[in-house]
Design a protein around this ligand. Structure first.
Ligand SMILES: [Zn+2]
Length: 161
């Protein structure tokens, strides 16, 4: 499956949430959980500014799904996200049994930008979702949103996009 027009609509919401996070002093990542029938169940954005660096939206979505979505319904859900899940979030996603992931930009793209900007690498190896969770269907990136997401990350790091 590739990125459809409906997928793009959800991804645009993720980018809006990422911008909201950045405007509020957090890192620019946003994610949306959509049910198998296309209903938006939950949406959140990065909330690391108060010192808990695990407050990624994809991790919150996995935990929310674990508490609120029946186990039998989780594989039909799709998680949309502005930036591909990190290893922690990929693992949480797989452990609770959620389904497809669609991202606007990949970890590989993000790491490429950060390297070019001279940003020091983070403490977790930058793996693709399927390096951590091989059974999860993954689609992305969405070239339509690349420049917008890149600009948000450039703003975070104080560099020109
Ligand atoms: Zn993460």
């Amino acid at each position: 499956m590739s990125v459809s027009e409906t997928d793009l609509q959800h991804l645009r919401r993720c980018v809006d949430l990422a911008r909201e996070a950045l405007d509020d002093g957090d890192e620019p990542f946003g994610s949306v959980l959509v049910s198998g029938t296309g209903e938006v169940l939950y949406a959140d954005r990065n909330r690391v500014k108060d010192g808990d660096q695990t407050r990624h939206p994809e991790f919150d979505i996995a935990r929310w799904a674990g508490e609120n979505v029946p186990a039998a319904d989780r594989a039909a859900c799709t998680v949309y996200t502005s930036g591909e899940h990190c290893a922690m979030c990929s693992a949480a996603h797989a452990w609770v049994g959620l389904g497809r992931i669609v991202y606007a930009v990949s970890t590989e793209q993000l790491v490429g930008w950060l390297t070019a900007w001279g940003v020091a690498p983070g403490p977790v190896r930058p793996l693709a979702v399927n390096d951590v969770a091989p059974g999860v269907p993954v689609d992305g990136p969405a070239p339509e949103l690349e420049a917008e997401v890149r600009a948000l990350h450039a703003r975070l790091h104080g560099v020109a996009p």
